[in-house]
Structure formats: C-alpha cells, structure tokens
Design a protein around this ligand. Structure first.
Ligand code: ADP
Length: 443
C-alpha cells in the first residue's frame, strides 16, 4: 500500500512539474518576444527622425550590426529603398511581407520569421512614415529552440530536484498517514476508535466484532470440550467401578445382577450423551445442507405425543394436542427432534397430575408451535441460559431423569436453521410455555 501511494504521489508530482515547466517556458518565451518587440519599436521611434545618410555611415552600420539590428526603408509600392544588411538592388519587393502590409494599412506592423539569410528568427517592427514609405527595424533573436535548450538544462535539474523532494515528502507523509493503521494491526483489541480516521472506523468495528466473535467461539469450544469430558467421565467411572467389583469376584449373584443393571444405565446415559453431541456437531457444521420438504407440523406433533404417551402416563401427566393442520417447509428429522426435546422436557419438569398442551396453528406468514406445561417453571434469571450447552437449572433433577443438558441447545440450533423465532414464558410453580414461529418457507 505504501509503495503504491508513494509511486502515485511521485507520478502526480512529476506530471505537475513537467506541465509547470512547459507552461513557464512558453510564458517566458512570450515575455521575451514582447520585450524584444518593445525594444525594436523604441529603436524605430528613435531613428525615424534621423536622415538616411546618417544610417549609411560606416561606423553607424557597424554598431547596428553589433546590436543585431537591421534597418530597411521600403517605398509605398514595396520596393526596398535602403537596407543596412543587404544590397537593395538584389532585394525583392517587400510589399507582401505581413508587417509591411499591416504598417501600410494601420500605421504599424509586427512579425516573427526565420530569416532568409540565417537560421535565426528575426523579429520585425514596421512603421509607416509621414511621406508614405515604411521604416522597418529587424532584430535577430536567438532561435526559439536554442532558447528552449538553454532553459531546458536548468528546468531539468530543477524538475529532478523537485520530484526528489516530493518523493521524500511523500514517504514521510505516507508513513505518518498509515501509522495509526499499522498500530491497529498489532493492537486490534484495544484500538480506540476515536483516534482512527472516520472512514475506516466502520471496518475496524467489524474486524473488532469478528475478532471478539472468534475469541468467544474459541472459548465456547474449549468450555464445551471440558464439559463433554466431565459429562463422559461420570458414567464411565461408574461403569469401570461396577465392572471391577464383578471382576474381583467380591459380588454375589444378586449384587452382580444389580451392578450389571447400573452398568447398563450408565452406558445408556453415555449413548444418549454421544448421540446428542453428534447431533449438535452436525448442526454446528456450516457446510452441512439439510434437506427440506413440505411437512404438516400438526401431524408430526400427533406422532410425537403418541411416542411419549407411555412415559407421560408413567408420570401421571396428561398430553393434549390443540390447533389444526399447518404446512411448512422444514427438515423432517430435525423437526421430530425439536418436538421430542420440547415435549419430553415438558413431561420431565412437570408435577405428577400435571398436563402438557401442544398447539399448532397456521399464522399469516407461517406456523406457530407452542409447548405449554403445568410444571415447576424456570426462574427468570435462568430463562436465557437454559439454551446453553450443559446448562441445567437443577442439576440433580436433570441427571436423575436422564437429561443430557443438550436438548434445548439442539432446539436453539434447529430454530436458527429454519429461520424461526423462539420465545419463552415461564412462572415458578405454575409452568412453562415455549413458543416458536416458523416462516412458511426458508429463504
Ligand atoms: P436436560 O437434558 O437437562 O433436560 P435441556 O437442554 O433440555 O437439558 O434443558 C436445560 C435445562 O432447562 C433443564 O436442565 C431444566 O433445568 C430446564 N428446563 C427445560 N425445559 C423445562 C421445562 N419445561 N420446565 C422447567 N424447566 C425446564
């Protein structure tokens, strides 16, 4: 970036210097030309009253030559009557020279031409005299290219110097301009936005936000790994302990059977845990595409309640389905999972004799699902956190009922996958209601 800005700075300054040099050379040439014209005009005015014999004197002619001046007297018909540098007899008619035409017409005329005799440019000033003849004074000027050439050396040296100065200046400027950005790169977290150019503040904000998200994500992953290890350790330790007792032969037949039952319960728990972890990691995988189809949520809710019927009856809980058929686009397996997790929680955290009501209703822009129970309720301060992985309000109750602490985390992911919105209403001792609004189509 620095190199690019520097190069562009230098290119712009070089261009500016070249244009300025050319313009000033042109200006200089014009000033120079006007100055010479003014000079020869003054000469003409001075010599005009003098008589011709005076000009013809050898010493005056010599002086004129030294000054680079040439005097010509032209009759109104264009014939040359006198010329200080050439023989008038050999000179052609001057009536068609621009300065003479102008002088005859307006009283004076000027022209710049390459001289016939030398390669020099000659500036002419012509003035009409009272008797009608024209007095012309010419002055050889240095050739225009020679003037440019003389100037060019100086201009070139000056241009190179200016461009070098610009290059040095641009280095300093660019370094100073980019310093805050460079500082940022090394201290992104504690970069104060007010010390940054306002144009890049939004970028910094986004980068800082992403940086924070990455850190949070890493922290969550690390916490999750630690939690998973801890959760796996408990049933595995139990399995190892009971197996060791049976293996040592210390347990009689009756105990061995009991221990085998414990081993089985712990391995079931392990299986549930691993299944939930696999589901979560599937949902976490951003590349995973879930197939969607048209499903009737009411029909699926009925299927879920049928499956949980026995479990609810065992705990003296009644199940009810309300509402009517409602179609939506969703992944069947994930919707099954969501319904099962919500309903089994509603049964699990209920009171004996309580009820669970599932409602599926079509809404103007989709389908609303609600799962309401008459259970223990969730304290306000826990309501947001229960969707975190392994977060449980009452650890022993969850574990006792075989909960993994991952059910609602899975629900939250499925809700997000389907671009749905979830809300929770809960009152301690009265019950909990979880409401999810699904859009008709996933966009
Ligand atoms: P778990 O396997 O422990 O049930 P979940 O993620 O499904 O894990 O739920 C997290 C926690 O939220 C539970 O441990 C429980 O404390 C609380 N919870 C979930 N659903 C309900 C409910 N319907 N009523 C009361 N508490 C609930």
């Amino acid at each position: 970036m620095k190199k690019k800005i520097n190069a562009q700075f230098i290119a712009v300054s070089a261009f500016a210097v070249v244009v300025t040099a050319l313009m000033s050379m042109l200006l200089f040439y014009n000033i120079f030309k006007n100055q010479v014209f003014d000079d020869i005009k003054a000469y003409a005015h001075v010599i005009q009253p003098l008589n011709q014999e005076l000009w013809e004197q050898e010493k005056n002619l010599q002086r004129l030559k030294e000054d680079g001046l040439r005097i010509t007297l032209i009759a109104p018909d264009g014939t040359v009557e006198y010329d200080s540098s050439a023989d008038k007899g050999q000179m052609e008619n001057h009536g068609r020279r621009p300065e003479i035409i102008d002088a005859l017409k307006t009283g004076e005329g000027m022209d710049v031409r390459r001289s016939d005799t030398s390669s020099l440019h000659t500036l002419y000033y012509a003035q009409r005299l009272e008797e009608g003849a024209v007095l012309r004074v010419g002055k050889d000027s240095e050739n225009i290219f020679r003037i440019f050439f003389h100037m060019l050396e100086l201009v070139l040296v000056l241009s190179v110097l200016i461009v070098l100065m610009c290059a040095a200046l641009s280095r300093v400027l660019v370094r100073r301009l980019l310093l805050p950005i460079e500082k940022l790169a090394s201290h992104l977290e504690d970069a104060a936005l007010e010390n940054i150019y306002e144009e890049i503040a939004p970028f910094i904000q986004t980068i800082q936000q992403q940086h924070e998200d990455i850190l949070n994500h890493a922290r969550m992953r690390q916490e999750f790994t630690a939690n998973v290890s801890h959760e796996l350790k408990t049933p595995l330790t139990a399995i190892a302990g009971y197996a060791e007792l049976i293996d040592s032969g210390m347990a009689d037949d009756k105990d061995a059977r009991r221990f085998a039952g414990e081993i089985r319960a712990s391995s079931d728990r392990l299986l549930f845990l691993i299944n939930d972890i696999i589901k979560l990691s599937e949902l976490d995988d951003a590349d995973q595409e879930f197939e969607v189809e048209q499903i009737d949520l009411y029909q699926m809710a009925q299927g879920c309640l049928d499956m949980l019927d026995l479990q609810a009856a065992n705990q003296h809980i009644s199940l009810e389905l309300k509402g009517r058929s409602s179609l939506l686009t969703a992944n069947r397996r994930l919707m099954d999972e969501l319904l099962y997790n919500l309903c089994s929680n509603a049964i699990q955290y209920n009171n004996p004799g309580g009820s669970v009501t599932l409602t599926v209703e079509p809404a103007p822009d989709g389908t609303v699902l609600s799962v309401a129970d008459t259970g223990i309720g969730i304290p306000k301060e826990h309501q947001e956190r229960i969707f975190e992985r392994f977060y449980r309000v009452d650890k022993s109750r969850s574990k006792q009922s075989g909960g993994t602490g991952l059910g609602l985390a899975i629900v939250k992911h499925i809700v997000a996958q389907h671009h749905a919105e979830l809300s929770i209403e809960s009152e301690m001792g009265k019950g909990t209601k979880i409401i999810i609004c699904f859009p008709r189509k996933i966009t």
